[in-house]
Design a protein around this ligand. Structure first.
Ligand code: C2E
Ligand code: MG
Length: 592
């Protein structure tokens, strides 16, 4: 955007002052061109009011020299058109007049002209008038640019971004050969940095991000004849927007997005701290029928949301199907928020059974959401949403209280038959909750339980994501007597070394491992090795997902002490567990 303030660091292409001359007399064009040459201005020419307006749809000059007397639309009419346009109205206009009356001149001023010059004029006179208007414009630009820049990074702020998008969309409307791309960026671990290292480091991270974005876009030269240039803007927090001028081919915009992802993923050295922070990028293109900047930003935001849902640190181009998915998701988030603290959340309980004597050694609490309209929603669907929104902390606490209360109720009613452990799953984001240990111990204490009666289930992948801090947290939980189980061992990547390294009491072998053991001797041998190793390390082994007699028999033969699965008992209500315990304290084969 050539007419925009220049000292903002946000406009990457910054050519010199640009003057548009609208005059029907060709000899004036040559004359004015020669007169203004020493001022290093760039001239463009229109020979009628209509031609001038057509050009103004494609470019935004710093100044217009406008002849008043022209065939077709005269100067005054052109002025009225300019003033009616939200973008063009800010361009200063100097009228060229002949022998017009003062009345006509004052009509021009009333219509927004800032100055006039009578023909014939000398070079000195023209340069003085043009120079003074450009200088005034420059000073005005400096004053207004401060209000249009993000103070922290010096990038364009939302106001300036919206102006530029308005101009670029107007350009795209009249020039079918033109198009541009908008990228919405959100940083995946900014909040964590801000919360854990403080706002000063968070600010440094934002400034470094701004610098990297600018550096990596500078090489994206525009090829458009009168390209407004790329724009980098910060909307607030860790939300940035990049506008790529004259970029619309999917291959090119994907290559640029890849380059940005790479550049942004490299570690940031912020004072004494080294921080890692990848971006999620949502991409939209003006050629997909966009009319307003707001619509483009909304869809880029949706695509960015999708990029996060696909595992973060990636870019996703918007498709209309995403709109419905996001609407559903936002609705679910709101409903989840409203449901916290209500009885819509509850646990089903699945017995963990001693394979020797079929007694119930423990119970795993499995969360459920009974949605008033959609019915039962599985934890695999709502736990990730609770994590994403931070609702996991109150939800987990609510569920933990309920699980402990049920456990204590069984102790009272089932006596010696009562399970010795209640097992509850931890979610990934609970590892970032600095108060997890404190909260957990408080709930245990309130329920009147011993910490050793609570078992927390964690997955290897959860520990690996924040390895050193997770290990400290687990060690602390265990130092208070809380039992720890490695959940879903053998699903996907699992290393045997983690069994020794992590502070564990129990190893839960994933049901896929159990199912495979019956399908081939190699798998059975592997399962045997895992059971033996766990035994040697003093870990209890629980086989998950036992569904058939064959599996049960094999697991017993391999020396696996405990099991869980539909064959033994499906997840059931707390009352049903109570009834089962009271009746005979154990599980008969095939109990479902
Ligand atoms: P998980 O911890 O591996 O829990 C076992 C899952 O396997 C449960 O699914 C259970 O119903 C199912 N299951 C048990 N026996 C069998 C069987 O014989 N065959 C088959 N096919 N499945 C069996 P569910 O209840 O849908 O839970 C899914 C996952 O959601 C859990 O996997 C756990 O990772 C997570 N989850 C459940 N409750 C909570 C919770 O309160 N907090 C957190 N953070 N995660 C939870
Ligand atoms: Mg589990």
């Amino acid at each position: 955007m050539i007419g925009a303030p220049r000292a903002d660091g946000a406009c990457i292409d910054t050519p010199g002052p640009h003057v548009l001359l609208i005059d029907d007399d060709p000899s004036i064009h040559a004359l004015v061109g020669a007169m203004l040459k020493p001022m290093h201005t760039r001239m463009s020419s229109a020979t009628s009011g209509e031609d001038g307006l057509a050009q103004l749809r494609l470019q935004t000059p710093d100044l217009i020299l406008l002849d008043n007397e022209m065939p077709g639309a005269n100067g005054l009419e052109v002025l009225h058109w300019l003033r009616a346009d939200p973008v063009l109205r800010v361009i200063p206009v100097i009228m060229e007049t002949g022998s017009e009356s003062n009345k006509t001149l004052s009509a021009c001023f009333a219509a927004g002209a800032v100055d006039y010059i009578r023909k014939p004029f000398t070079a000195a006179e023209l340069r003085a008038r043009v120079g003074s208007v450009l200088e005034r414009q420059r000073m005005l630009g400096e004053l207004t640019s401060a209000a249009r820049l993000d103070k922290l990074t010096g990038l364009a702020n939302r106001t300036l971004l919206m102006d530029r998008l308005t101009v670029a969309l107007a350009h795209a409307r009249v020039d079918p050969a033109y198009g541009f791309t908008l990228m919405f960026l959100d940083f995946d671990r900014f909040k964590l940095t801000n919360d854990s290292l403080g706002h000063d480091v968070g600010d440094m991270l934002l400034q470094s991000i701004a610098t990297r974005l600018q550096r990596n876009l500078r090489s994206t030269q525009s090829t458009a004849r009168e390209a407004p240039g790329n724009t980098v803007a910060r909307l607030g927090g860790d939300e940035f927007v990049v506008v790529l001028d004259d970029v619309f081919e999917p291959d090119i915009r994907n290559a640029i997005a890849d380059r940005l992802l790479n550049a942004l993923a490299a570690p940031y050295q912020l004072g004494t701290h080294t921080v890692q922070s990848s971006a999620s990028i949502g991409v939209v293109c003006s050629r997909d029928g966009y009319e307003t900047p707001e619509d483009m930003l909304r869809d880029a935001d949706i695509a960015m949301y999708e990029a996060k849902a696909r595992g973060k640190a990636c870019h996703v181009s918007f498709t209309t199907g995403m709109r419905d998915a996001v609407r559903d998701r936002i609705e679910t988030e709101n409903e989840l928020r409203d449901a916290i603290g209500t009885s819509q959340f509850f646990f089903m309980h699945q017995p963990i059974v001693s394979l020797d004597d079929r007694t119930i050694a423990g119970v795993e609490a499995l969360a459920r959401w009974q949605h008033p309209v959609r019915g039962a929603i599985s934890p695999a669907a709502f736990i990730p949403i609770a994590e994403e929104t931070g609702l996991i902390v109150p939800l987990s606490e609510q569920l933990l209280r309920e699980a402990c209360a049920a456990f204590m109720q069984w102790q009272r009613t089932a006596g010696v038959n009562a399970p010795s452990i209640i097992s509850v799953n931890l979610s990934q984001s609970q590892f970032s909750d600095a108060r997890l240990v404190e909260r957990t111990l408080q709930v245990v204490q309130d329920a009147g339980m011993r910490p050793s009666q609570l078992q927390l289930e964690v997955k290897e992948s959860q520990i690996m994501q924040q390895r050193s801090s997770a290990l400290v947290l687990l060690a602390e939980l265990r130092s208070h007597g809380i039992k720890l189980a490695m959940d879903n061992f053998g699903a996907g990547y699992s290393s045997l070394s983690c069994l020794q390294e992590f502070p564990l009491d129990v190893l839960k072998v994933d049901r896929s491992f159990v199912a495979n053991a019956c399908r081939g001797r190699d798998y059975a041998a592997l399962l045997h090795a895992v059971v033996t190793l766990a035994d040697n390390l003093g870990l209890r082994v629980v086989a998950e997902g036992i569904e058939t007699e064959e599996q049960l028999v094999l697991l017993q033969a391999l020396g696996c002490a405990y099991g869980q699965g539909f064959l033994l008992a499906e997840p059931m209500s707390a009352a049903d567990v109570g009834a089962l315990l009271s009746s005979h304290g154990g599980i008969s084969a095939g109990h479902r």
